[in-house]
Design a protein around this ligand. Structure first.
Ligand SMILES: [Fe+2]
Length: 399
């Protein structure tokens, strides 16, 4: 028994001694790590001090470049490390924010939005090249997305979810861009001057009965370019040119201003008919301004070509940038925007149409007549025919 107790004491003391030494060793290792960190920090501080000292002795231009280089490096490092997605958006902030909030609530991905005009953002992405922070481009009109693809700004997306959620005609065949909301470019008319029974098709706007009664925005606008591009696809270039010329001959005034300017002209009796995107009327109906709500009461919507191909539609859509640093987050964001939840918010916020018929439209949109027959021409065609449309407008003198 005594021998057994003796042996236990020896083993226990050895375990204690070993444990004690192990503990000491660990403390030494931790201290060593702390010394290394301290030395590194000290080196960094000395380098910073020398850097700022050096800045004091260089000229202003060089100083600016150095500060810029340090800023860009730190921003790049931050963007690589952070769980985020950077969105360059041609859509207004108030349209995007509810979607951004909903997405951030569901994921741990932070969304940074930079807003601007469609053309300006595309130019900026081009200039930034590989250093761009943009992961996603949100913009309007399939023509703009087609051009971004043509300019080599976009990265192909391989998402079976997006392909399932977004109908084929509303997205690029090769997966470079996706439509996220639908807008229709329709005939708007003064119901005191025009009966709906007199209206029928886009083609009919060239008939003599509309002489001196049509006003429409300039041909430099992509919405009209895309409308003509769709007519080229359906009727051929020669017929499309004849149509543009006959419509131009029916103008009551030279094209000036945006869609809302033309709608105002209809209300004020400067013309009887215009062609405009439906959501502009939606904005007037829901406006806080009395005059806009009053104007809205004096204008009606007509969906053309319901007996044949359907009314011309376009999209607002999104694409992932070629040099995206957060590619997976970008796709996750796009998949969210195509989801039922986001579609309800997306289309209602701007009185647009959802990309799937199972999503309800707003009461205002519903009041114009829903569903209507949409032209399901593949929207790639709008980009493919864009330059032909621009040349036709130039040739026939549609300013
Ligand atoms: Fe617009």
């Amino acid at each position: 028994m005594k021998i057994l107790l003796f042996l236990i004491k020896i083993v226990a003391s050895k375990v204690f001694v070993i444990g004690f030494f192990e503990c000491i060793m660990r403390i030494i290792l931790i201290l060593n790590e702390l010394i290394i960190i301290y030395k590194t920090l000290l080196k960094g501080l000395i380098m910073m001090k020398n850097f700022f000292h050096y800045l004091g002795s260089v000229d202003q231009d060089l100083k600016f470049l150095l500060v810029l280089a340090v800023t860009i490096s730190s921003m790049t490092a931050t963007s690589v490390l952070a769980n985020e997605v950077n969105v360059y958006s041609a859509r207004k902030g108030y349209l995007i924010q509810p979607l951004v909030d909903a997405f951030q609530n569901q994921t741990d991905i932070k969304v940074n939005v930079i807003s601007g005009k469609a053309k300006v953002l595309q130019k900026r992405i081009k200039q930034e090249g590989k250093n761009t922070r943009a992961d996603v481009l949100l913009t309007v009109d399939a023509g703009n997305l087609f051009n971004a693809k043509k300019d080599g700004l976009l990265r192909r997306i391989n998402s079976s979810k997006l392909n399932y959620l977004i109908p084929g005609y509303l997205r690029d065949d090769e997966g470079y861009w996706y439509g996220l909301s639908i807008r229709s470019r329709v005939i708007m008319y003064n119901p005191e001057k025009v009966k709906p029974s007199e209206l029928s098709t886009y083609e009919d706007l060239g008939s003599k009965k509309w002489s001196n009664r049509i006003c429409i925005r300039s041909s430099s606008n992509i919405y009209n370019q895309s409308l003509l591009a769709s007519i080229i696809s359906h009727n051929g270039e020669i017929e499309a040119e004849k149509w543009a010329k006959s419509v131009k001959n029916n103008f009551s005034k030279d094209p000036k201003g945006n869609d809302r300017t033309q709608m105002t002209s209809v209300v004020l009796g400067e013309c009887d008919i215009t062609v405009a995107n439906t959501y502009y009327l939606g904005k007037w109906i829901a406006s806080e301004k009395d005059n806009e709500r009053k104007y809205a009461e004096k204008i009606s919507v007509f969906f053309p070509n319901q007996a044949d191909r359907g009314a011309h539609i376009n999209i607002s859509g999104a694409a992932v940038m070629k040099y995206s640093k957060n590619y997976k987050n970008a796709i996750t964001f796009l998949e969210f925007l195509a989801s039922d939840e986001a579609q309800k918010l997306y289309a209602q916020a701007n009185h647009e149409y959802p990309i799937r018929d199972n999503i309800p439209v707003s009461d205002i949109v519903n009041s114009w007549g829903f569903p209507f027959k949409k032209d399901t021409l593949n929207l790639d065609e709008l980009g493919i025919n864009n330059s032909k449309a621009v040349m036709i407008f130039d040739r026939i003198g549609w300013k």
